[in-house]
Design a protein. Structure first.
Length: 123
């Protein structure tokens, strides 16, 4: 899946929206969205990408994967920006967190050790 569609999927999940709702709100046929999403390196036409970014209320650069190039919100402090990033991560992994909370402390600790061992913090 292309970075664009990966970012769209993550944002849809974050906002609690599905592809059918996205199609309805953008006026883009559902099949157009699913066909594009299912192609490995697919990036939609500019008008389609722009409609999607407007419905998701996200800059096009963010969906294309250039979020690091976006200017920071001058109304937010660095701490607030950091807090927003943490909130986004928590929302992204909310189901995993909820599942882990149901596990015993021993299983939780094992999972944390395993995740730390396979951390992808290197290129």
């Amino acid at each position: 899946m292309s970075p664009f569609w990966k970012n769209v999927n993550e944002e849809l999940q974050y906002q609690g929206m599905n592809l059918k709702t996205l199609a309805t709100l953008t006026g883009i046929p559902y099949t157009t969205i699913t066909n594009g999403r299912n192609r490995p390196d697919s990036i939609p036409a500019a008008d389609v990408a722009l409609k999607i970014s407007k419905v998701l209320n996200k800059p096009l650069e963010f969906l294309l994967g250039d979020a690091a190039k976006l200017p920071k919100n001058p109304m937010l402090s660095e701490q607030q920006e950091s807090d927003l990033q943490k909130l986004h991560l928590a929302k992204k992994y909310e189901n995993l967190i909820k599942s882990l909370e149901k596990c015993s402390p021993k299983v939780q600790e094992s999972f944390i050790r395993m995740a730390s061992a396979v951390a992808c913090d290197h290129p």
